[in-house]
Ligand binder design. Structure first.
Ligand SMILES: Cc1ncc(COP(=O)(O)O)c(C=O)c1O
Length: 391
């Protein structure tokens, strides 16, 4: 079935204002998400925050079922957390590492995750090991298989890095993790909302994601999936009166569902908006979304590659909606600025986002143009024409 681009653009108010190729930063919200958030904030202002939460309990709780449907898991395996970083942290810092434990990760690992590995390694004596890439630039499955032994405590990788079109082979990693009985934590921050994600197909035990990127939800929202089997074996690094019950003067009992990783206070409007964004993505269909995004990104890569002075830098066998490039005649931040004067949004990926990966790719600041399904072929053409005029 043809993708209904007119509908997608009609339902996205920002499409009238800007050529937005910064979806890997934060995508444009559709009307329904915006309305859901604003309506809840209005209700809070009119009747009080606690009262508004009570009145909209069903919409607030809906987000768990929406996330479960999106990821193919149970609602009890979902925690709603304010961003992907804290969601990931709550899982990672719950793992009881001891000296000699091995943490296996990939070259494209996200900076915040890698900093956490280093901190935990310093504190506990666990070791961080980076599995090399294969010739295509994705995590080498063969090298990962060869690295497995009984000291491997965790495999933690990023599915789609912040700074390139790479899609790491998450399901092949999951097969290795399952065969070896090793915990597997997947950072799916850039992939959820961009492609179908089923935690059972992938075989991950924990998965973190954010609301504002490819899901098109509000900022300050994120979530964590933890497989049922692991929930009660992982003690959250922080507890509060929502995560645990204070059952006697010297005793508490931690919740048995994934909400043990949450805190009591939360952004209710954001939670409702996030649920709405998940349902909206589901309505479009994640296969249709992925194929539309992949198609548009390939067109963009093709047209960029044909331009003089432009070098496209994406790695991997499978590529997604994130397109990175440099212009030989101008630094990337100047390109970003020049494009912004033409009402075009992109971002710049620098070494600090994924140091190991950027080093392999030449330590260059990259222009990141990340497309979504509501972007159009005409925008891809206008983007390339404008780029030529500012190079
Ligand atoms: C791969 C990856 N992981 C994690 C994050 C952090 O997400 P958040 O800002 O929601 O904490 C990002 C943000 O860009 C990312 O690209």
């Amino acid at each position: 079935m043809a993708f209904d681009l007119c509908r997608a653009r009609r339902e996205t108010p920002g499409c009238d204002n800007v050529l937005h190729f910064n979806n890997a930063g934060a995508a444009l919200m559709p009307h329904c998400v915006l309305d859901a958030v604003i309506n809840h904030l209005n209700l809070e202002a009119q009747i009080g925050g606690y009262e508004a939460a009570a009145q909209t309990q069903d919409a607030v709780n809906r987000v768990y079922a929406a996330a479960a449907r999106l990821l193919g898991c149970d609602a009890a395996e979902i925690a709603i957390i304010e961003n992907a970083t804290r969601a990931w942290d709550m899982a990672f810092y719950a793992i009881p590492f001891k000296p000699g434990d091995r943490i296996l990760t990939a070259v494209a690992e996200y900076a915040s995750n890698y900093i956490a590995f280093l901190q935990v390694a310093q504190r506990t004596g666990a070791m961080v090991e980076v599995i090399p890439n294969d010739a295509s630039g994705q995590l080498s499955i063969e090298a990962l298989r060869n690295a497995i032994d009984d000291r491997v405590k965790l495999i933690a990788i990023t599915h789609v890095p912040s700074n390139g079109g790479l899609v790491n082979p998450a399901a092949a990693v999951g097969k290795i993790a399952r065969d070896a009985g090793v915990l597997y934590l997947l950072d799916a921050c850039q992939s959820v909302g961009q492609m179908p994600i089923d935690v059972n197909v992938i075989g991950c035990d924990m998965l973190s994601a954010t609301g504002r990127k490819y899901l098109r939800g509000p900022r300050g929202t994120g979530f964590l999936y933890v497989r049922r089997h692991w929930i009660e074996q992982l003690e959250p690094p922080f507890l509060d009166l929502h995560a645990a019950d204070w059952i006697a003067a010297n005793q508490y009992q931690i919740r048995s569902d994934a909400r043990r990783f949450e805190t009591w206070e939360t952004n209710y409007a954001g939670k409702i908006g996030l649920g709405m964004a998940m349902d909206y993505a589901y309505q479009w269909g994640l296969n249709a979304i992925q194929s539309r995004i992949t198609d548009l990104a390939s067109q963009l890569r093709r047209q960029l590659t044909a331009l003089p002075n432009v070098v496209v830098h994406d790695l991997g066998t499978e590529k997604c909606g994130i397109v990175t490039f440099t212009v030989t005649s101008k630094p990337s931040d100047q390109i970003k600025h020049a494009l912004s004067l033409a009402n075009i949004n992109v971002s710049v990926s620098s070494l600090s986002y994924a140091r190991l990966d950027m080093a392999v790719r030449g330590n260059l600041d990259l222009v990141r143009a990340s497309v979504h399904y509501y972007n159009s072929e005409a925008e891809v053409e206008r983007f390339c024409k404008t780029l030529v005029s500012v190079c």
